[in-house]
Design a protein around this ligand. Structure first.
Ligand code: SF4
Length: 113
């Protein structure tokens, strides 16, 4: 997910349990670099919450060039982010999943039954 979207959530919701230390560190680290170097700020932040699998994969790829990628990923894992691309990985309900399934495609376990 993006720092930009985080900023909006924090204004609306205020700090959440689990925000620190990673989120504060992430904001501090991000503030040390030019925003143009942060892919989720230099691009449309909605890409980090895209519905289309190809867009999600593109966001994951963009994260690989981010100077705070490792810290972003560690923080997202610690917070068990419910959704979005963080640190180059896709999160769903607090865990990293390999890729987003296209709409209408059942899980493998559902097709095997
Ligand atoms: S790793 Fe990705 S989601 Fe995290 S700050 Fe960088 S571009 Fe944004």
């Amino acid at each position: 997910m993006t720092i930009s979207v985080l900023d909006r959530e924090r204004v609306v919701e205020g700090p959440r349990p689990g925000d620190m230390p990673y989120l504060g560190m992430l904001h501090d680290a991000a503030s040390q670099v030019d925003e143009a170097m942060l892919p989720c700020r230099a691009n449309n932040p909605e890409l980090w919450f895209a519905e289309l699998p190809n867009d999600v994969e593109f966001a994951k790829t963009l994260c690989q060039a981010c100077p705070v990628q490792e810290m972003c990923l560690d923080g997202a894992k610690a917070r068990r982010e419910p959704w979005g691309v963080w640190g180059g990985e896709l999160f769903l309900q607090g865990v990293v999943i390999p890729r987003k399934r296209p709409r209408g495609h059942p899980r493998k376990s559902e097709t095997a039954a």
